[in-house]
Design a protein. Structure first.
Length: 147
């Protein structure tokens, strides 16, 4: 996890996944200790990470893939496995993103976009969405683009 903390900073992804107050290693470990986590590693370290934070009858679901694994068959399969694992425990998973450009991809995965909440993430707007096993199974086919 320490190595992954550094990789998130190196790739410029830390602030896309975590609030600014988790930017120190001690606060980061304190936060992730409360989450249920799945991850995949290779010789370069963690390449896929997903977390579940139980809330009400569902869970907030977050995921990350290392840049060289994004939009690859392995990355899509890891995401599907993580979602399925979540559905084995919770009937609905909640997603949050500040990246509006990712909404179409989430829709294709089966998410329903609920709407935008102003200033929710350190003063920035956040899009809220949800997904169920049924909507995931009814999703549009994934297309993996290769360079």
């Amino acid at each position: 996890m320490f190595q992954w903390f550094g990789a998130l900073a190196t790739h410029g992804d830390f602030d896309k996944l975590f609030m600014p107050q988790y930017g120190t290693i001690s606060r980061f470990f304190e936060h992730v200790a409360k989450l249920r986590i799945v991850f995949k590693v290779d010789d370069k370290g963690v390449w896929f990470w997903a977390s579940y934070a139980p809330m009400l009858s569902g869970a907030q679901f977050d995921m990350w893939a290392r840049p060289d694994k994004r939009c690859t068959k392995a990355g899509v399969e890891a995401m599907g496995e993580a979602l399925e694992r979540g559905f084995d425990v919770w009937p609905v998973l909640i997603g949050l993103t500040r990246q509006e450009n990712l909404l179409d991809g989430h829709r294709r995965m089966g998410y329903t976009i609920v709407g935008k909440v102003p200033a929710l993430w350190a003063g920035e707007d956040v899009w809220v969405m949800h997904i169920t096993r049924e909507s995931f199974n009814a999703r549009e086919a994934f297309v993996t683009r290769r360079a």
